[in-house]
Design a protein around this ligand. Structure first.
Ligand code: SF4
Ligand code: SF4
Length: 281
């Protein structure tokens, strides 16, 4: 079942129609509200939906639910960025094309047919960009040069290249597109993700070692068999739960972002037994 309305900042729940008809404590402009309410269901789970925690997807499919209008802004900005790229599609490129197979559907971002290169565009926060680049933290001693603490020594973290690149999700996503595209006559020989630094090059970005507003990051191929088996497993878990009506296992701590996601970002938290037990009074 779809998202049917908004959970207003004051906690009220309204249908989209009620919200669009007018409100005396408007939290966003009407075009922004309309843009955030767009459905993202194409008859079968998309590649990105299969990558999401199964319990979240199950609760979204099985229930009517309400979106946090402010929580959907990052997705809306991502969508508009993709639209700008599509408006500037170069000759010989294919962009935003939706393909499907027996278990899923997915729209790849951009394909350069000449070089057979698949591109994906992501808007990430500075910390995540640092992680994607494989920067790792090292403790260094710094002498304070100004202010009343001048001359004192402080330990601080410095992020530098040389660690493991955290590209697991985007690598799975792009490798599935690669396989899907190969079956539809678009062979992929190279994959690149272009990450844009959400929020720009502010002090926080620099503290994570991020010095450019955007980076092109190569993505390595993963075995077709492994990728297909992973997505089949996620599809089966979701469909088994939908058919049986049994709520899938609780999201893993890493998926719950140590419960930050449950408390502040999960659109279906009030329908989830884990949240009900731990955070609803
Ligand atoms: S404009 Fe915002 S506060 Fe008003 S009804 Fe819509 S979502 Fe709720
Ligand atoms: S509330 Fe937490 S555990 Fe429940 S579905 Fe949402 S993210 Fe997963």
């Amino acid at each position: 079942m779809p998202a049917i309305g908004f959970k207003c900042p004051n906690g009220d729940k309204v249908t989209f129609e009620q919200c669009f008809a007018g409100c005396d404590h408007q939290c966003m402009s009407l075009p922004a509200l309309k843009a955030t309410s767009q459905p993202h269901w194409f008859g079968k789970p998309s590649v990105t939906q299969l990558l999401a925690p199964t319990r979240i997807m199950y609760l979204q499919i099985m229930n009517d639910f309400y979106l946090n209008p402010h929580g959907s802004i990052a997705a809306m900005i991502g969508t508009s960025m993709h639209a700008i790229m599509e408006d500037n599609c170069p000759d010989g490129w294919i962009m935003e094309k939706r393909l499907e197979d027996d278990i899923t559907s997915g729209a790849f971002d951009a394909y350069d047919a000449t070089t057979k290169t698949l591109y994906d565009f992501k808007n990430y926060g500075a910390y995540k960009v640092s992680q994607v680049l494989g920067y790792k933290a090292r403790w260094v001693k710094r002498t304070v040069t100004r202010g009343k603490h001048a001359g004192e020594e402080r330990w601080e973290q410095k992020f530098e290249p040389g660690g493991v690149r955290h590209v697991h999700d985007v690598a799975l996503q792009m490798n599935y597109y690669r396989i899907l595209m190969g079956k539809h006559g678009y062979p992929v020989e190279k994959m690149m993700v272009q990450v844009f630094v959400r929020g720009g090059l502010d002090k926080t970005a620099k503290s994570y070692g991020v010095t450019q507003p955007t980076y092109l990051v190569p993505i390595n191929p993963i075995s077709d068999r492994w990728v297909r088996r992973y997505f089949e497993m996620k599809y089966k878990k979701l469909m088994d739960a939908v058919e049986s009506g049994v709520v899938p296992e609780v999201c893993k701590p890493v998926e719950r972002w140590n419960d930050r996601r449950c408390k502040d970002f999960c659109e279906v938290n009030e329908l989830c037994p884990y949240y009900q037990k731990n955070y609803m009074v």
